[in-house]
Design a protein around this ligand. Structure first.
Ligand code: GLA
Length: 663
């Protein structure tokens, strides 16, 4: 089963010899290059790096496409109206987003979700808009419908327009219909409104002809139309092989799914060569998209659909909270749209609504409102409109918040802002009992002896400055969101874990994909407590982390714990966008005390623009940390590689403790 998960290019590469670049600077004594070690089979490797996943490329391998330098902000019809969307409702929210000032705060996208389509015209396959609900799309002849007038109207309001499709032949509301769903009509072929086999045709229509700016591409066509489905057996839909098995990564056709989404990306790049598009992948965190989404889309859902329930929100938050090294300008983890205004987050539950919004903001989640804004009360508008909180989400450095304290009850999340010494913090009480929380200077990586300035971002008031620590009393589900300014613990320099947006996971070192057990799993809405309960489902367990091992343990080498550093698996390669801003790279490296594999050795290598700059000796379990200290002046891309000598049976956990760059 594992071979299913390893791209063919990588299997081919496994037979090629490793060719590390030769060092041009003197190496430490133990530097003699060993005989070529067997190549690892990293499950995920960067798109552009087809061969040995550990081979440095010397250039920043992240692809740049689309127009999402900051997390997208706007409105989407789904959480507000489901398929009962219509033009009047959409324009009601569009007008309100302008009138309330939300547009000027950055909420620019007005996105149409499922329910807009009438059918796919036959025989030419042109998509037809349901003009009974979008009357401005009406045309003569009637099947020449066009969204252009609506898109033009939105553009004239300085808004942008988003459209929705599915990567398969049929879409979600068709596969999981509700009593009031408005579904496409006509023959089997006419009801195939998804873009499978029509990518170029549909995207040309949506982007070149109709002028949309944003597209969400759902994935139900790949999982809801298997041969055994009653609606398929009855002849309502054509069967489509089940590529996505949401709770079984071993049966999910990872490479095929990625390939389909890549075709959409490539079509968008062709149709909009100026890069004016946003591509939102919606396959609910399945198929290991949490690792490859960054190479394919501008945002990718990391979890199942959010529901207006506290536990669902927490579950979706957890699906991004440990993925801080996978997000950055142009590419964002997406825990799904906001549910502020509904259910546990409605105007009677403002504590929960604020916490939901604060968690999305600090994690650089897209801020997409899902509420009928034409009737939004002031109390909710004040949440979406909290300018100082939106500014944290939209900080140009694009660093996702990093978890500084974690437990099931309380978490502290810290986000490095673009100004050195400035950070945002959320302290959240996930539990239902009151919590006394202490924020330490160490959580912030600030000096404990210098004053730390604090601003409460909800009340927009400065709080008294503190040194060393301060504390907060939080009620059930309550959070506090702060902006703090202090003297960095590293007087000149930054920990790598303070710059997650500048790190690109080029190879994650994962041997075999496993589900991530650290995600809160709510009782399923549809089935309640029937069956045996939800199990870990989303792959990604073992990906590198900031200030944590890949398996959520504290970083520790031979008994010494480190609050700062990068935890990874052996046979990983991480790129760091240094942009010639730093002179020294330093780290204490070693096998982590939590490593299950204790028999293999690992060499830690540091490359600058493709050249080997320094490396450790081959280190074994329980060796003391080895100090790497390397001149990186003028280097644009640093690559740090943990190369395992032989492939261990169990994953080898390595730690780049206190890894830092200094000017
Ligand atoms: C899926 C998506 C949702 C929404 C619906 C529409 O469930 O995850 O965000 O688009 O489909 O049917």
């Amino acid at each position: 089963m594992r071979s299913l998960l390893i791209p063919a290019a990588m299997l081919l590469a496994a037979s090629l010899p490793a060719t590390p670049s030769l060092p041009s600077t003197p190496l430490p004594p133990a530097a003699a290059l060993p005989p070529a070690a067997p190549l690892p089979q990293a499950t995920h490797a960067a798109a552009g790096d087809a061969q040995d996943p550990l081979q440095p490329t010397g250039h920043w391998s992240e692809m740049s496409f689309g127009d999402a330098p900051l997390p997208p902000m706007g409105w989407n019809s789904w959480n507000a109206f489901h398929t009962r969307i219509d033009e009047a409702k959409l324009m009601g929210s569009a007008r309100a987003i302008v009138a309330t000032g939300l547009r000027d705060l950055g909420y620019r996208y007005i996105n149409i979700d499922d329910g807009w389509w009438q059918k796919r015209r036959q025989p030419d396959g042109r998509m037809v808009v349901r003009t009974s609900i979008f009357p401005s799309a009406h045309a003569e002849p009637p099947e020449e419908t066009s969204f252009r007038p609506l898109v033009d109207r939105l553009h004239s309001m300085q808004l942008r327009a988003g459209i929705y499709t599915d990567i398969g032949r049929n879409a979600c509301a068709q596969g999981y219909p509700q009593a009031d769903s408005l579904l496409p009509t006509g023959s089997v072929a006419e009801r195939e409104v998804g873009s499978f086999d029509h990518v170029d045709q549909d995207l040309s229509l949506y982007f070149a002809e109709w002028g949309f700016d944003y597209i969400k591409v759902d994935g139900c066509g790949l999982n809801a139309y298997g041969e055994d489905k009653p609606a398929v057996k009855s002849g309502l839909f054509r069967a489509f092989p089940v590529y996505v098995v949401p709770d079984a990564i071993n049966q999910t056709r990872v490479a095929d799914i990625r390939d389909l989404y890549e075709r959409v990306r490539d079509a968008l790049m062709r149709i909009r060569p100026d890069g004016h598009f946003v591509f939102s992948i919606c396959n609910w965190g399945t198929a290991n998209v949490r690792a490859w989404g960054r190479d394919v889309g501008n945002l990718w859902r990391t979890s199942d659909d959010i529901e207006p329930r506290w536990s669902s929100m927490i579950s979706n938050f957890d699906s991004v909270a440990t993925r801080e090294l996978y997000s950055g300008p142009g590419h964002w983890n997406d825990p799904d749209m906001l549910f502020v205004g509904h259910g546990d987050f409605d105007a009677r539950h403002l504590t929960e609504a604020r916490t939901h919004f604060a968690l999305w903001a600090i994690e650089d989640a897209p801020l997409i409102i899902g509420y009928d804004l034409s009737r939004a009360p002031r109390s909710l508008l004040d949440i979406w409109g909290a300018a100082e909180i939106v500014a944290i989400n939209q900080d140009k450095a694009g660093n996702q918040g990093v978890v500084a304290f974690t437990s099931d009850d309380a978490q502290i999340i810290v986000k490095q802002l673009s100004v050195r010494g400035d950070k945002a913090v959320v302290i959240v009480n996930r539990g239902s009992a009151p919590l006394h929380a202490t924020l330490d200077a160490e959580h912030l990586k600030f000096s404990p002896t210098e004053p730390i300035q604090v601003r409460d971002l909800w009340t927009q008031r400065d709080l008294p400055a503190f040194t060393k620590q301060t504390s907060f009393s939080l009620g059930a589900h309550e959070s506090v969101m702060l902006r703090v300014r202090g003297v960095p613990e590293l007087r000149d320099g930054m920990y790598l874990s303070e710059m997650p947006a500048r790190i690109y996971v080029a190879a994650d070192g994962i041997h075999a994909l496993e589900a991530d057990p650290q995600i809160h799993r709510p009782v399923p809405l549809g089935t309640g407590t029937h069956g045996t309960g939800p199990r870990p489902a989303l792959a990604g367990w073992g990906g590198p982390r900031a200030d944590s091992t890949p398996y959520n343990q504290e970083l520790r080498i031979r008994g010494t714990a480190y609050a700062s550093g990068i935890g990874a698996l052996a046979n990983s390669r991480l790129q760091i966008k240094a942009d010639a801003e730093f002179k020294r790279f330093s780290a204490q490296v070693g096998l982590d005390d939590s490593s299950l594999e204790r028999s293999t050795k690992v060499r830690f290598e540091v490359y600058g623009d493709g050249r080997l700059l320094s490396q450790s000796p081959e280190l074994k379990f329980d060796d003391p940390a080895f100090a790497l200290n390397t001149d990186v002046a003028g280097i644009k891309v640093i690559e740090i590689v943990a190369r395992e000598m032989g492939l261990g049976r169990a994953p080898t956990v390595v730690t780049w403790a206190a890894a830092a760059l200094s000017p």
